[in-house]
Design a protein around this ligand. Structure first.
Ligand SMILES: NC(=O)c1ccc[n+]([C@@H]2O[C@H](COP(=O)([O-])OP(=O)(O)OC[C@H]3O[C@@H](n4cnc5c(N)ncnc54)[C@H](O)[C@@H]3O)[C@@H](O)[C@H]2O)c1
Length: 388
């Protein structure tokens, strides 16, 4: 059986662990995979961290130098779970080494970088994929099917939001996500890109945006070793660091197909532990989704009998093979890690059969273009064209 060697970079962070646990469990989740997958390299930025994660998941090699992993001839797929600012440099080096590349979102810091990587990947003829995992939940394939069947007519209006409260308290400590040197696009690339991925998957290309993407808390306590999601332990007397990228995004957009949209997202919405929702309105009906009911779509059809019209709740179940991999009954709901597993399974299948799946680097470039246009609009205070 063909062997695929994988290098996970950023292996003991949140995403690194999430990806590693899927690789470790891959043959149980996907007994039908036509290849054998080996965790060849685990890379992080401390010896102790990589040792710990290597003990947990097993790997043939571990270290702190991502270049050593990329250069290893036994690595076929480079899986990038590093902070945002490193994605471009590491993806470029991986493509130059002829590797398949699976990169966490946001794909790149700028549209120019995305364009360069798309061209390079085409020249190298390798498989690429970006970790916009949320649309991989089969509930969104159902939304796409309903739309393709014409049941809700032409899409006219899209509304969506994604918020967390992890940084709502101004005393929540400084982390790399707040530093424009390590996360150049802030919450727009971090959180906005998730909603933009739904827009790309479900509605289509965006032509124009006007956006407001401010920094709300301009400085934060600086505590050594602070991690995302840790309870707030600082007080007003701690040394501080400046926050240099956006906390919030509010976007109005025009899609190429004539629909219009409003989207908002933030990392400072007190009480919103994780809010993610969309509403798609068409000329004959509508679809709404809320992450709190992760397996459910609410669908309205104006063709239902008069006096019997209203939203129907449709619960996704084992009629979707990817749902059936995990659960035999509908609406138990597959969660974040299962959806990530489906994404990893798709990446491995693409590497095995050479057939790319959405979102490739070329697809994710449209999402980067949207992030880029939002930041440009915030600065210009005007409508900006999206450079698709
Ligand atoms: N798809 C999703 O739903 C999702 C969720 C969370 C994070 N992400 C993305 O995943 C990426 C990582 O986020 P995270 O939350 O896992 O961050 P994290 O801080 O938990 O992990 C980052 C890891 O990178 C390592 N690292 C940093 N610099 C390095 C270097 N120079 N060399 C080697 N290792 C280095 C660190 O040791 C750390 O373990 C980000 O781009 C983020 O946007 C995606």
């Amino acid at each position: 059986m063909k062997r695929i060697g994988v290098a996970v970079l950023g292996a003991y962070g949140w995403m690194g662990r999430s990806h590693c646990s899927v690789y470790a469990d891959l043959t149980r989740i996907f007994p039908d995979l036509p290849v054998e997958v080996t965790l060849r390299w685990l890379v992080g930025n401390s010896e102790q961290g990589t040792r710990h994660v290597a003990q947990q998941f097993g790997a043939e090699c571990r270290g702190v130098d991502w270049r050593a992993a990329i250069e290893d001839p036994q690595v076929d797929l480079v899986d990038i779970c590093l902070p945002d600012a490193l994605h471009y440099e590491v993806a470029k080096a991986s493509l130059e080494a002829g590797k398949h590349v699976y990169c966490e979102k946001p794909f790149t810091n700028t549209l120019d970088e995305a364009e360069e990587l798309v061209s390079l990947a085409a020249v190298k003829g390798v498989v690429t994929r970006v970790g916009h995992n949320f649309p991989v939940n089969p509930v969104h394939a159902l939304a796409k099917d309903i739309m393709a069947s014409g049941e809700i007519g032409e899409v006219t209006l899209f509304k969506a939001a994604q918020h967390v409260d992890s940084l709502a308290d101004p005393l929540a400590p400084f982390i790399w996500r707040l530093d424009a040197n390590r996360a150049p696009t802030g919450v727009v690339g971090d959180t906005g890109s998730h909603i933009f991925s739904f827009m790309d998957y479900l509605v289509g290309t965006v032509d124009e945006v006007i956006a407001h993407c401010p920094i709300i808390h301009s400085k934060r306590p600086h505590l050594a070793g602070a991690r995302y999601g840790d309870p707030v332990q600082a007080n007003a007397t701690n040394a501080t660091r400046a926050v240099t990228n956006p906390d919030v995004g509010m976007v109005i957009c025009r899609f190429a197909n004539g629909a219009v949209g409003t989207v908002d997202f933030s990392r400072i919405a007190s009480g919103r532990r994780f809010l993610q929702r969309y509403e798609i309105y068409g000329t004959k009906g509508s679809i709404t989704y809320d992450y709190d009911q992760i397996a459910r779509l609410n669908v309205f059809s104006s063709s239902d009998a008069r006096g019997r019209q209203g939203f129907r709740a449709i619960d996704v179940g084992p009629e979707w093979p990817d749902y059936a991999r995990f659960l035999p009954l509908p609406n138990f709901g597959i969660g974040f890690n299962e959806v990530k597993s489906l994404e990893v399974g798709e990446v491995i299948r693409s590497v095995a059969n050479g057939e790319p799946k959405w979102p490739t680097f070329a697809d994710a470039k449209r999402i980067v273009a949207l992030v880029d246009a939002c930041l440009a609009s915030h600065n210009s205070r005007r409508w900006e064209k999206v450079r698709n």
